[in-house]
Write a protein that binds this ligand. Structure first.
Ligand SMILES: C[S@@+](CC[C@H](N)C(=O)[O-])C[C@H]1O[C@@H](n2cnc3c(N)ncnc32)[C@H](O)[C@@H]1O
Ligand code: FES
Length: 468
């Protein structure tokens, strides 16, 4: 059976540096080009093309076939056409000739089955021998080695963002010019620039460096999709993570360098906005908010958004329903930033702001919905129980309390993101942590909520919803 007109397999198994492999010969560039060209020609959509043929082309990545010396290797089924040494410059020809017109590209075909089999067998033997030798010699497994050094690429990119290197690179410049712009030593700037090239974040021609299309899009000031401000929050948090050993010893956050960064709050709220603006419509949909009409009667009118940050969730509710009135309670230093996001969204008439402390201040009463988006992980169990208790009292009958967070499994060992995020809170708060679904359920029931359910959203965070 072959459910697709063409099914392409491209090898993307990473190998240690210096070992022949399809990725080392450029298979990721081939994969990206295939994806773009297939989409550009509409060959990935089911349904007939203008010749009455079924259009659908499926692209799949796969592991090593032992033919690494001839990589990048690619196979096209159902006919089983093998291509070798494919480069991204070959892709438009393959897509046009083979995938669109059904005529394989002869010059790239590899059809010496005996040679291929012999190479795969020899590769398998060599691989097993090498693994046995490493095992005997007690070599640290690659997976552990990579985990240990995992901070290096991350640190390079964070430093590049801190120094705003991608903006300084602009349309192209040499290390001296870039060093001058970012007020850095030219020799050291050159070393960092070269590492960024090695990481695929810049390109280099002669002495000049250029941004890749991705870096130009996401890291350069003035680009519509520039994420730098929000990503600088991660750069700030990196300094806190460097205190992890001491935080584990002491049981709570300890001072770190750069704690006095005046940009901290601005970067933090930008970082929150980066995630929240994409997740907010999912939350609105999951909670069924809609304008009240003759046929549908939304029961979400009054909303309290505790620690609303950039206001993304209140803004999404206000936009989804003209009936919704939202109140955001956040810290005094954050509220002016929230006000600007609300003003830009054009929903100031529906979203009001209150500067205060959710651990101390009265919540008010009669809300249909109280939201705790990315809040509970900042606080201890006792603080969360107290917030849940006060939220229950502030809700109207049949009102809902919604927690959005990275929810741990009952053993607290996963998902991995939630378990790692718990440490993020250890290094950056007095008593915060990630919590499990049984914990949230227990605390909500103890606060008086009659029904508690979980709603999974796409992505790493989920909702726990309590009905008052
Ligand atoms: C992790 S952010 C989440 C922001 C927003 N809910 C979101 O999901 O994008 C936590 C927010 O809670 C606010 N916050 C922290 N402690 C607070 C407190 N004691 N009272 C009110 N707001 C607080 C922070 O200023 C920040 O805006
Ligand atoms: S990595 Fe391409 S065949 Fe081995």
């Amino acid at each position: 059976m072959e459910p697709f007109r063409f099914h392409l397999f491209v090898r993307t198994q990473q190998k240690p540096e210096g070992v022949p492999s399809c990725p080392a010969s450029g298979s990721f560039a081939v994969l990206g080009a295939l994806d773009r060209e297939i989409q550009a020609r509409g060959l990935n959509s089911p349904g007939p093309n203008n010749r009455g043929l079924n259009n659908d082309v499926q692209l799949t990545t796969c592991g090593c076939m032992g033919l690494c010396d001839e990589g990048p290797v690619m196979v096209v089924y159902p006919a089983g056409v093998w291509y070798r040494r494919v480069q991204s410059s070959d892709v438009s020809e393959i897509v046009d000739a083979h995938l669109r017109d059904g005529k394989p590209v002869d010059r790239l075909i590899w059809n010496d089955a005996a040679a291929m089999k012999a190479m795969a067998v020899e590769h398998g033997e060599k691989f097993r021998e090498a693994m046995a030798a490493r095992e005997k010699a007690g070599v640290l497994p690659d997976r552990l080695d990579q985990m240990i050094r995992g901070y290096m690429p991350s640190r390079c990119l964070l430093t590049a963002l801190e120094l705003d290197i991608f903006t300084a690179v602009g349309d192209g410049a040499n290390a001296e010019q870039i060093g001058e712009k970012i007020h850095a030593n030219a020799r050291a700037a050159g070393m960092l620039l070269n590492a960024l090239v090695a990481l695929g974040l810049l390109s280099k021609s002669g002495d000049d460096y250029k941004n890749t299309p991705e870096s130009a899009r996401f890291f350069v000031q003035g680009s519509k999709d520039n994420h730098r401000n929000g990503l600088l929050h991660t750069a700030n948090i990196w300094h806190r993570w460097s205190t992890l050993t001491d935080a584990v010893r002491s049981g709570t956050r300890v001072p770190a360098s750069r704690d006095d960064n005046p940009e901290w709050t601005h970067n933090f709220i930008s970082g929150m906005q980066r995630h929240a603006k994409d997740r907010a419509p999912l939350v609105v949909k999951a909670l069924g908010a809609a304008p009240a009409t003759a046929n549908s009667n939304s029961n979400i009118r009054r909303i309290l958004d505790l620690g609303g940050g950039s206001g993304a969730y209140s803004i999404a509710f206000a936009k989804a329903s003209p009936d919704a009135q939202c109140e955001i309670l956040d810290l005094p230093e954050v509220v002016p930033l929230t006000a600007e996001y609300v003003r830009q969204a054009g929903v100031s008439a529906q979203v009001t702001l209150r500067a205060g402390d959710m651990l101390q201040d009265d919540f008010g009463s009669g809300y249909d919905l109280i939201m705790l988006n990315a809040i509970c992980h900042m606080f201890s169990e006792e603080q969360n129980r107290e917030i849940f208790h006060r939220a229950h009292q502030a809700l109207a009958p049949n009102g809902r309390l919604v927690v959005q967070d990275f929810i741990l499994n009952p053993e607290k060992t996963g998902p991995q993101h939630a378990a790692l995020f718990s440490l993020n809170m250890l290094v950056s708060t007095e008593a915060g942590a990630s919590y499990s679904e049984p914990e949230y359920t227990h605390w909500m029931k103890a606060a008086g909520f009659t029904e508690v359910c979980r709603i999974n959203l796409p992505g790493p965070s989920s909702l726990i919803v309590g009905l008052s």
